[in-house]
Design a protein around this ligand. Structure first.
Ligand SMILES: [Zn+2]
Length: 435
């Protein structure tokens, strides 16, 4: 064992390694957890020490599906009740006008929110429209710079599409006629441009930022684009991600087309609300993962929670905070509660999730869903993504089961210390400037 250079001690370690709860400490060397044990931490000469003061120590949360570029419009879902009015009139109206400064500011806002909430990994589907244009490349470069400087684990998935779904035509034309910022031609490019832009983005892969190919929706991608994105992912060892079966129209044939292009199943599908059980079973057999975004689904008017169906099929599920303009708080504790409540109200199977399950979705199961089983868990050999939660507040008393307490009693401001890959990014509630 290498000697720890960082020790987190005096905590209740909610390991997410089975149901193992450890009243003790953990040691970190490099970017890994190298020791974890009950009781008082031994002396570790020269090591930095973080005192959890009896609070919870948990793995960093994983946001398995998110968009950062509309993060400067929190709460805007309130003025767009219908989904197309939000997607085109709020989201695209904003991002199509981004230059690099606003893109960087949106990414900074996102990163700050994730850090405060103890979310250490984010899969960010990224786009400002006009993929491949000089503007999109400048915005991408600005975002990569912020993502890298944040110290968080950031998967950046540049959104592409080479055709518009027929079902969008009427709404898009109506909204574009009323708002000059909404340019329908900014939403898609040629197949070649989409692939060239993805390949360009993938040059940024490394140093804390991972780049995955992404089709905005399978119904916005030709088979040629889906296959091209899959081969780029295969080449880099990454996954592809897409919004999958998010609407009844879009669900038709989508799973088979995506799996046809990615037979090895290295696919993260967001939403899956309208996928059939047989399609979900095929995704599970292939080894794919799912992202469930209850807050944004509810705000978008969704009346069905697919969570039970997806879990029944055996797909690993992560929770996604989705759009900043829908879900501006970046609060994974709230997202866990919403997952539980939405499932109780709008679940479609006999299976319902409990607090333990949604906590797993925000941590270890979400990590598996994005192909990173070394995240979302505290165990020797796992990535050193560790969060300390202050449980001294009145709202924590009384508490019994740690999972129920973390889902129903934790507040976002309770996170005091955040370590990502062995680097301390927040200490005593203050962000630590990069070295
Ligand atoms: Zn999304």
């Amino acid at each position: 064992m290498s000697a720890p250079t960082l020790v987190v001690e005096n905590g209740v370690l909610v390991t997410m390694d089975g149901d193992r709860l450890v009243r003790g400490w953990l040691g970190i060397a490099g970017d890994r957890i190298v020791a974890l044990a009950e009781g008082a931490a031994p002396p570790a000469p020269g090591a930095r020490r973080v005192d959890a003061r009896g609070g919870y120590v948990r793995p960093g949360f994983v946001s398995a599906h998110q968009h950062s570029m509309d993060a400067l419009l929190p709460g805007s879902a309130a003025r767009a009740r219908a989904f197309p009015d939000w997607l085109f009139g709020v989201h695209y109206a904003e991002v199509l006008g981004h230059g690099p400064e606003r893109a960087a500011e949106a990414a900074r806002r996102t990163a700050a929110g994730l850090l405060r909430a103890g979310v250490t990994t984010v899969v960010g589907c990224w786009g400002v429209g006009d993929a491949g244009s000089a503007r999109s490349r400048e915005c991408l470069a600005a975002t990569v710079e912020v993502a890298r400087a944040s110290g968080l684990r950031w998967v950046l998935a540049p959104i592409t599409g080479d055709r518009l779904p027929a079902a969008w035509a009427a709404d898009l034309a109506r909204i574009a006629a009323a708002d000059a910022r909404v340019r329908p031609d900014g939403l898609t490019t040629s197949t070649d441009t989409a692939l060239a832009f993805t390949a360009h983005a993938m040059e940024a892969d490394g140093e804390g930022v991972t780049v995955w190919p992404c089709a905005e929706l399978p119904e916005m991608a030709s088979d040629g684009l889906l296959r091209g994105l899959a081969s780029l992912a295969e080449h880099s060892g990454g996954w592809v991600t897409t919004h999958l079966s998010a609407s009844p129209d879009g669900a038709r044939g989508a799973v088979d087309r995506v799996l046809g292009a990615n037979p090895a199943g290295r696919v993260l599908g967001a939403h899956l609300t309208h996928a059939e059980p047989a399609e979900l079973a095929r995704l599970a057999r292939a080894g794919a993962g799912a992202a469930h975004c209850p807050s944004s689904t509810m705000l978008g008017g969704g009346s069905t929670s697919a969570l039970g169906r997806v879990r029944e099929a055996g797909l690993p599920v992560g929770l996604g905070l989705d759009n900043g303009s829908l879900n501006g708080t970046a609060d994974m504790v709230l997202e866990m509660r919403h997952a539980l409540m939405f499932d109780r109200v709008a679940g479609t199977t006999g299976r319902r999730v409990d607090a333990e399950t949604v906590l797993r979705m925000a941590t270890c199961e979400g990590a598996v869903a994005i192909g990173r089983p070394d995240l979302g868990v505290l165990r020797v050999g796992a990535a050193a993504d560790v969060v300390v939660v202050d449980t001294s507040g009145e709202h924590w008393r009384p508490r019994t089961d740690p999972a129920a307490a973390m889902v129903f009693q934790e507040r976002a401001g309770d996170v005091t210390d955040v370590v990502v890959g062995g680097r301390v990014l927040m200490s005593a509630r203050e962000p630590v400037p990069a070295q």
